[in-house]
Design a protein around this ligand. Structure first.
Ligand SMILES: Nc1ncnc2c1ncn2[C@@H]1O[C@H](COP(=O)(O)OP(=O)(O)OP(=O)(O)O)[C@@H](O)[C@H]1O
Length: 344
């Protein structure tokens, strides 16, 4: 089933081509739309909502043509805009009830749905206070709530983590994931941070300069590799345990992979980790026996997953560099507050 389909979709402004013959086929679930600032994400969302006409090409949302069925699409789709657009002097409850009424819900249903939705996004007593006094995180939750209140089939979320600190970002990404798992609503979420989408999305679409760079399932981006990350302790006999193990493994013919180009920023003990190319089960046995033979302690031995950003680095796609740089910043932030492992 296709939720969003575009065919050779272009949007040209007098001085800039915001979308350049973009063809997409997006199914149900959570899809990340990632691109650097100015890549064309917001422009695509406005076309999908039927708010801005395309210059060329076609697009359909939930099977409805955007050029002729804008109103019908907006009935079935929720939209969280990127910028702050909330009235400061009304409460979250008043605002979300108003948006529910605008979407056609009768008064009682609008109030009930508002209470449920605000609870779902984590706003409780503060929902009766004026929005002007809210933090950025609370305002983002109100924006998410108004996108969900009329029980849409699909929500389009434009940079929902903008302006949030790492903890706020994690909470927002968790909420977004639950929009799909708890209610079955499909999600298209934009971000310029590639790294944060790999934990949230089933599918990732990457655009650059309005053109499609890549579209694939998140697991295709980050699939397990046959690389093992091994860390050992030092001992009195081997004051540099890592080096002793490196020599022992090389002597057995095992291939060690360089750390070059891999994202180890913020990873505790990164300088002590050996990356080993695993050719089969026997590789695990050789590592275990070598560590035991040297009398070292095994701190970790784990199969390593790639981050999306690393896939780009290894493929050396120059157009993705801006995205990749942002992604490594995000990946670094995640690793610093996470367990220090690459496994999620
Ligand atoms: N109304 C407009 N008139 C002229 N140019 C526009 C207009 N809207 C967008 N653009 C341009 O189109 C390009 C794509 O903009 P868009 O807002 O879609 O990017 P984006 O990926 O959402 O980036 P950001 O996250 O910074 O908003 C940019 O170069 C932008 O300056």
């Amino acid at each position: 089933m296709t939720v969003i389909a575009t065919e050779s979709l272009s949007k040209r402004f007098p001085r800039v081509t915001a979308l350049d013959r973009l063809s997409l086929d997006i199914g149900p679930g959570v899809t990340g739309l990632v691109g650097a600032n100015g890549a064309g994400k917001s422009t695509l969302i406005k076309i999908l909502l039927g708010l801005s006409p395309a210059t060329e090409g076609r697009a359909a949302v939930l099977g409805l043509d955007v050029s002729t069925s804008g109103a019908a699409i907006r009935e079935r789709v929720g939209y969280m805009p990127e910028h702050d657009c909330l009235p400061p002097d009304v409460s979250a409850t008043e605002f979300v009830v108003h948006m529910a009424r605008m979407s056609g819900l009768p008064p009682t249903a609008a109030r009930e749905r508002t209470a449920d939705t605000l609870r779902h996004v984590g706003l409780y007593e503060e929902r009766y206070r004026p929005i002007g006094g809210y933090s950025t995180g609370m305002k983002q939750r109100v924006k998410l709530a108004q996108a969900l209140v009329h029980d849409p089939k699909l929500v389009l979320l434009d940079e929902p983590t903008n302006g949030l600190d790492p903890v706020g970002r994690d909470e927002m990404l968790g909420l977004i994931r639950r929009v799909h798992t708890d209610f079955g609503i499909s999600v298209l979420v934009t971000s310029h941070l590639l790294g944060e989408l790999e934990r949230t999305c089933d599918h990732v679409v990457i655009i650059d300069g309005g053109a499609l760079l890549r579209s694939s399932s998140t697991s295709d981006f980050t699939q397990s590799t046959t690389t093992l990350a091994v860390e050992v302790t030092d001992s009195d006999t081997h004051p540099d345990g890592t080096d002793a193990l490196r020599r022992a493994l090389t002597a057995t013919g095992i291939k060690l992979v360089g750390l070059d180009g891999l994202d180890t920023e913020g990873l505790p003990g990164a300088g002590r980790i050996l990356l080993i190319e695993a050719t089969g089960e026997e590789t695990y046995d050789i590592v275990r026996d070598s560590v035991a033979g040297l009398g070292l302690g095994l701190v970790r031995m784990e199969q390593r997953r790639h981050h999306i950003a690393e896939v780009f680095r290894t493929e050396e796609a120059p157009a993705a560099q801006a995205v990749t740089q942002n992604a490594s910043v995000a990946a670094g932030a995640v690793q610093q507050k996470g367990s220090g492992s690459d496994e999620h």
